[in-house]
Design a protein around this ligand. Structure first.
Ligand code: SAH
Length: 193
């Protein structure tokens, strides 16, 4: 797989961080399937012995993701779930090394369907419960749409207060881009001493 050489997209920068976090055989979660790019990325990284749980509330997302995985022969290492990520705890019972959130709305689809503060926070909290030591929760946040700023604020409120003895919380953002550039939050679970 080719990795980004430039610092242009937050989702590409995300991959720099994740490169050494996800190993073959890992169980991972794509909390916002969308068009399935991240599900495919995770499926490739975990290999045939690994697994990806992917969530979305739109049937269209499952359809395009299924198509992508089918093309690569990855369908047997992923479960595509038509349900909100706030219900992660009902589906995933094992420890995971990585949970990806790409918030906001699905590009080109109905912009009325967006991720929301309450459900996003519930999903982040459930993810923290099942995160392995040295595992990462990655959250790409967009504030250009209605409700985006509120969602960002509630996420920052929560992650700013995570105990630094247990978690590392990192922010990455473009400082010189116009029109509400996205930001990326990474939460790493520290090894217990
Ligand atoms: N803004 C990103 C794409 C985000 S896609 C970009 O530009 O690349 C966000 C996805 O989250 C959408 O497909 C939407 O259907 C999904 N979604 C919204 N609420 C959700 C929920 N509660 N659980 C899981 N997925 C959800």
């Amino acid at each position: 797989m080719a990795y980004a050489k430039h610092l242009t997209k937050i989702t590409d920068i995300n991959k720099f961080y994740l490169e050494n976090i996800i190993n073959k055989g890992d169980v991972t979660i794509d909390a916002t399937m969308g068009n399935g790019y991240d599900t495919k990325y995770l499926a490739e990284k975990v290999g045939e012995k690994g697994f990806v749980y992917a969530f979305d509330i739109q049937e269209e997302a499952l359809k395009s993701t299924r198509k992508k995985l089918e093309k690569e022969g990855y369908l047997d290492r992923a479960k595509l779930i038509l349900d909100g990520h706030e219900n992660i705890d009902k589906y995933v019972k094992e420890e995971v090394s990585c949970v990806l959130f790409n918030l906001g709305y699905l590009p080109r689809a109905k912009h009325l369907i967006i991720t929301k503060p309450d459900t996003t926070l519930k999903a982040i909290k459930s993810s923290l419960e099942i995160l392995k030591e040295n595992g990462i929760i990655s959250i790409a946040i967009y504030t250009g749409h209605d409700g985006g700023q509120e969602e960002k604020d509630s996420i920052y409120n929560f992650v700013n207060n995570l105990n630094q003895d247990e978690f590392n919380v990192l922010e990455s953002k473009f400082l010189n881009q116009v029109n509400n550039p996205p930001q990326l939050i990474l939460i790493e679970k520290k090894k217990s001493q």
